[in-house]
Write a protein that binds this ligand. Structure first.
Ligand code: NAD
Length: 371
């Protein structure tokens, strides 16, 4: 059987730094577990603009369509702030998501015991937290037309359009219900049906899909603003949250803070199954290119490492290996390893990006001896 294929797009800022640590783990799998990935690499974001004048070339787009999974670091940086909107680094990422039709973005928010004290919320509120936010990723207000800045009378007007079709809502609802069946069988759908027609349709379609196809799953609905409050008040009431592109963007960043650091949060973006039965998939940390710490060795590689673990689980059917990587991360944190972003008020000496990657690799090796 062909080796699983992986396209690595490290991107900008800390992207290449955190990706270097994932490459160590890929190397570990080859030498210690006999699992070989066919790895190719390409440019995306600002580095692609610098090399080719576009944030994503057609060649890289075609490569992404052909592999089993894409692993992306991060894109963007102040150097590109003044570029035309169509050339900005983020457009490369949006094009990947759109053309691969990655409509279902899974963002887990999991609080490792060793970091429960680190959250801005009380320990009892976050300890043991394990939720997933399913964000619709290819439609809604980030893509709807008309959009732009227009002149009306003697002033400018900025316009974006929130637009959802029934089928777009139904397919992301299905992916949330499927995920819930593998977890605690509970979905909360969030929108603003009180003030937005797109929210009214969202609520109706999610309910219809539930009643026809997933009546065994517990479904609740919540306005997204109330959902934000509940996420701060008692996040453990949730298991799977399904919501649109904009609200999902905000709510998942908020959930990030429940777990301590943006440097800890992985994500998966899934599309429809390919001919080999694997879903089209792109894995990436939730964080950006962190230009403020790029090049300093301070970046936490765990979000990127856990994104790779998600690829093992969702693209390569290597769920046990995904758990092995997650447990290695848990062990390293329990042993007290901390990058700068994970330093609590008590202080201490942070380790570097590379040292954190080495610690995870050492914990992986230890897991073989323990078995
Ligand atoms: P950011 O996520 O890059 O950084 C926010 C803060 O979190 C910074 O203080 C940063 O140092 C810290 N941080 C982020 N990741 C970290 C890690 N792994 N380890 C330690 N600390 C970490 O968000 P931003 O500053 O708003 O954006 C910076 C650039 O990244 C912008 O150009 C933005 O457009 C882009 N961006 C890209 C993505 C993406 O590639 N998916 C996502 C968000 C932002």
């Amino acid at each position: 059987m062909a080796n699983p294929s992986l396209l690595i797009l490290a991107g900008d800022g800390i992207g290449p730094e955190v990706m270097a640590e994932v490459k160590k783990i890929i190397g570990w799998y080859e030498t210690r577990r006999g699992i070989t990935f066919d790895v190719s690499e390409g440019l995306v974001g600002g580095c692609s603009y610098d090399a080719h004048g576009t944030p994503l070339t057609d060649v890289v787009m075609a490569q992404a369509q052909a592999v089993d999974a894409v692993l992306l670091g991060a894109v963007g940086g102040p150097k590109y702030d003044k570029l035309d909107f169509s050339l900005k680094p983020e457009r490369g990422l949006l094009r990947l998501r759109k053309e691969m039709d990655l409509f279902s973005n899974l963002r887990p928010a999991q609080c490792f015991d060793a970091l429960a004290d680190f959250s801005s919320l009380k320990k009892e509120v976050v300890a043991g937290l394990d939720i997933v936010i399913v964000r619709e990723l290819t439609s809604g207000v980030y893509f709807g037309e008309p959009r732009g800045i227009f002149v009306e009378g003697n002033e400018r007007v900025g316009i974006n359009t929130q637009r959802y079709t029934e089928s777009e809502i139904a397919r992301v609802a299905r992916s949330a219900f499927e995920l819930a069946r593998k977890r605690s069988n509970k979905v909360c759908s969030m929108e603003k049906a009180n003030v937005m027609e797109s929210g009214v349709l969202w609520r109706e379609v999610v309910q219809e899909v539930h009643d026809k196809e997933y009546p065994d799953v517990e479904l609740s609905h919540m306005y997204a603003d109330a959902g934000a409050m509940q996420l701060c008040r008692w996040p453990k009431q949730f298991d799977v949250i399904v919501t649109d592109n904009l609200f999902g963007d905000l709510l998942s960043d908020m959930a990030a803070m429940l777990t301590g650091s943006l440097g800890m949060l992985p994500s998966a973006s899934l599309g429809l199954p390919m001919a080999n039965g694997r879903p089209k998939a792109l894995y990436e940390p939730v964080h950006g290119s962190a230009p403020d710490i790029a090049g300093t060795g301070k970046a936490n590689p765990i979000a990127c490492i856990l994104s790779f673990a998600m690829a093992l689980r969702y693209s390569f059917s290597l769920g046990d290996e995904a758990t092995r990587v997650e447990k290695a991360v848990e062990q390293v944190l329990a042993d007290g390893a901390r990058t700068a972003d994970l330093m609590g008020p008590e202080g201490g000496t942070p380790i570097s990006t590379s040292q954190m990657g080495d610690a995870v690799v050492a914990a992986l090796t230890a897991s073989l001896k323990a078995a």
